[in-house]
Design a binder for this molecule. Structure first.
Ligand code: HAM
Length: 415
């Protein structure tokens, strides 16, 4: 017996309506914002992630699935969605008309220790906006995330936001943080000591509890922001207030990816981040494109569904319309013709393919949630008039074999 790989899950047919609800909502909200879908490969050159997410991040240094292809190239399964979209933006010259608003629904791979809400394969609905340095850009991306979560049934979620500054103010902050880490070096883990040298901000992501205690007293980036970054952050908060989005200014929020500048944000529920994102004004240039200010977010679909379950948010299951039951083998051909006509008319329909008894066909139709069942025997075949039973209350209507789709449609859509 071969099992599903550790840290991955099958999406089973009985659960698919939940995923379809998430995806339909993502498409709907993105359309309201005039964002266009983008799809990039599931693997890219590993270097793309080293240069964007950052060599010292956990995602790249510990969790990335890296492999050599048969041509000897170092490739990686995407450990996040932003870098691939930015690569595509540059390669396909997508910046001719700005702003460009993109979104994606895709699988992400991280070699993590599997636990609730943490998988080795997960799916994200994400957006990447290209082109504007204005705070309204940040506000619109946060607004899209907020509308998506609200449409999924999450009322009143507050967004946690922070500013992690620009390369200018980061320099001063890094100096202060490095001094702090050096002072506490004898109580810090090896990773923190290493990061103090290479990328001090990443030390703050450390998951070792004793390091986390020490980091609580570390200098805060908010005390080092330059005037422009401070003004930008204030305008983002003001913009959120203007459209009624609750926020919590959290000066410890730094996020675990290196490409962010200025705004970072997260929506949390039950202690886990459902969604995270931020501004990344230098990434396009660092990957060889023209300087282009950008903002985006990524929302974990598994976490979203688990949080919806925990809050008792349920999604509507669509019931199929008509099951056509065969009383004997002689009518099977006519049953097939009827379902073909109904499907052509946009009515979901099914007939027995298993040779079940009439009783078993009714049981199946009931279990599948069919709204109506048409039963065909030899008498019905000869008269051309069939009975269609409403499953909820047993009420029966006459259907004419010669005009089956029209008759069924009239009954189905009369309300
Ligand atoms: P991230 O915070 O690493 O950001 O991931 C985004 C979301 O994906 C998280 O908030 C969480 O819901 C979900 N997630 C992350 N890791 C896992 C996992 N192992 N298992 C299940 N769900 C997970 C990014 O990936 C950025 N690319 C977001 C972004 C887009 N920033 C700007 N644009």
């Amino acid at each position: 017996m071969i099992n599903v790989p550790k840290g991955t899950k099958d999406m089973l047919p009985a659960e698919s309506y939940k995923w379809q609800k998430v995806e339909a909502t993502a498409h709907k909200i993105a359309k309201l914002y005039n964002a266009k879908q983008i799809r990039t490969p599931v693997f890219e050159s590993a270097e793309l992630y080293l240069r964007s997410v950052g060599e010292s991040s956990d995602i790249v240094s510990k969790e990335m699935y890296v492999f050599e292809d048969k041509g000897g190239r170092r490739m990686a399964l995407r450990p996040e969605g932003t870098a691939g979209v930015v690569r595509s933006y540059i390669e396909n010259n997508l910046g001719e008309t700005l702003p460009l608003k993109t979104y994606y629904i895709e699988s992400i791979y991280r070699y993590e220790q599997p636990q609730a809400g943490r998988y080795r394969e997960h799916f994200q609905f994400g957006t990447e906006y290209f082109g504007s340095p204005l705070p309204e850009f940040d506000v619109e991306v946060i607004s899209m995330a907020h509308d998506f979560l609200r449409e999924m049934g999450f009322e009143n979620l507050a967004v946690k936001i922070n500013s992690i500054g620009c390369p200018t103010c980061r320099k001063e902050y890094n100096k202060a943080l490095r001094e702090f880490l050096a002072k506490n070096a004898d109580r810090l883990c090896g990773d923190c000591k290493r990061r103090a040298e290479t990328n001090p901000l990443r030390a703050l992501d450390c998951k070792v509890p004793s390091c986390q205690e020490i980091h609580k007293t570390a200098p805060k980036i908010s005390d080092y922001l330059c005037d422009d970054c401070k003004a930008h952050h204030a305008s983002v908060m003001h913009g959120l207030e203007k459209i009624g989005i609750k926020y919590e200014n959290d000066d410890k929020l730094v996020r675990g990816l290196d490409y962010y500048t200025r705004t970072v944000f997260e929506f949390n529920d039950g202690g886990l981040a459902l969604m995270g994102g931020g501004r990344y004004d230098s990434l396009c240039e660092e990957l060889g494109g023209k300087p282009t200010p950008c903002v985006g977010f990524g929302c974990g679909i598994e976490r979203l569904l688990a949080a919806a379950d925990a809050r008792g948010i349920s999604f509507k299951k669509d019931s199929p319309d008509v099951f056509v039951a065969a009383q004997c083998d002689a009518v099977r051909g006519e049953c097939t013709r009827i379902v073909k006509e109904l499907r052509r008319a946009g009515i979901s329909a099914e007939t027995d393919l298993m040779g079940k008894s009439l009783k078993a066909q009714f049981k199946y139709a009931d279990r599948q949630g069919y709204k109506y069942v048409i039963t065909l025997g030899e008498n019905e075949l000869n008269s051309g008039v069939y009975g269609m039973k409403r499953m909820s209350d047993g009420q029966t209507n006459e259907i004419h074999g010669s005009d089956v789709a029209k008759d069924v449609g009239r009954i189905l859509w009369q309300k």
